[in-house]
Design a protein around this ligand. Structure first.
Ligand SMILES: NC(=O)c1ccc[n+]([C@@H]2O[C@H](COP(=O)([O-])OP(=O)(O)OC[C@H]3O[C@@H](n4cnc5c(N)ncnc54)[C@H](O)[C@@H]3O)[C@@H](O)[C@H]2O)c1
Length: 275
């Protein structure tokens, strides 16, 4: 509806308001809330950091979430912080790099609609100093882990439509980074897998996308000196570090019906860092 036709309608009601104010008020009143009730979600690495916030957002939106993370202690701590949604939450101790553990955990699930491959580690060193063990460990979790988890859960994704695979990559996978040969290679590999699965699975009711976070405030960054954090924030066009909720919001959107035509893309959630 154009501005003049809105104005005409308002005038027909025998009082006059500024049409632009009317539109702005309508827009500010519109709150997008994603309803994911009935959805069954697996979040790897959901016991802390970004994965924890993703889990909290899904629970708030009504989904049932299963967290796969390494230790029973970290899972118990996460569950205690999410106790208000305990009827929607399941946890299991799973190393995503271990195929037997993934298969055993997958066998306990009946149906899965959304997989969020979030678990990740770093073992940073310059290429000259990086050991074969550093390389293997990061590839095993950050690349092979996604293969293991998604392959393990594929048969559980049985709904005709609305299935989502969301892979957490990194801006480093797009642009590389000093000291992160292993991490950058794994995160770039995640993007290749995402695009391949988007092509292979699109006709089967899946949308497969990746998110590339920039500098996100987690327990890892909060241990850094304030001036280092300020320097990092100064590199970001929006002049702040990202919050875990910035990533969780993007994951929720990609999981929603509103994102049903987004497939095979990489969404940078980085405040413009990589421009
Ligand atoms: N924090 C950032 O600035 C940032 C930036 C870009 C990308 N990322 C990516 O986001 C994801 C989450 O990062 P985060 O900052 O929240 O890290 P984090 O260390 O706070 O959380 C990672 C979680 O993954 C779990 N995990 C690690 N190895 C696992 C394994 N083998 N099996 C199962 N779970 C395992 C950990 O126990 C932990 O709970 C990672 O993939 C990371 O690479 C983070």
């Amino acid at each position: 509806m154009g501005l003049s036709s809105i104005k005409n309608r308002v005038l027909a009601l025998d009082f006059e308001i500024d049409p632009m104010a009317f539109i702005c008020q309508k827009i500010s009143m519109t709150k997008i809330q994603f309803d994911l009730s009935g959805k069954k979600v697996v979040v790897t690495g959901g016991a802390s950091g970004i994965g924890f916030e993703i889990t909290r957002h899904f629970l708030q939106a009504g989904a049932h979430v299963t967290i796969w993370d390494l230790t029973p202690d970290s899972l118990a701590k996460a569950a205690s912080e999410l106790v208000q949604w305990k009827s929607q939450l399941t946890t299991d101790s799973v190393n995503v790099g271990n195929r037997d553990q993934v298969a055993a955990a997958a066998a306990k699930l009946d149906r899965v609609d959304v997989v969020v491959n979030n678990a990740g580690i770093t073992k940073d060193k310059s290429f000259a100093k990086m050991s074969f063990e550093d390389w293997d460990a990061v590839i095993q979790v950050n690349l092979t882990g996604l293969f293991n988890v998604t392959k393990g859960l594929l048969d559980k994704m049985t709904e005709a439509q609305g299935k989502r695979i969301i892979n957490i990559s990194s801006v480093v996978g797009l642009y590389g980074n000093f000291g992160q040969t292993n991490y950058a290679a794994a995160k770039a590999g995640v993007i290749g897998m995402t695009k391949t699965w988007a092509k292979e699975l699109g006709k089967k009711g899946f949308c497969v996308n990746a998110i590339a976070p920039g500098f996100i405030r987690t327990s890892m960054t909060s241990a850094m000196p304030a001036e280092v954090l300020q320097q990092m924030a100064a590199k970001v066009p929006v002049a702040r570090l990202g919050e875990t909720s910035d990533i969780a919001n993007a994951v929720l959107f990609l999981s929603s019906d509103q994102a049903a035509y987004i497939n095979g893309t990489v969404i940078s959630v980085d405040g413009g860092l990589t421009l």
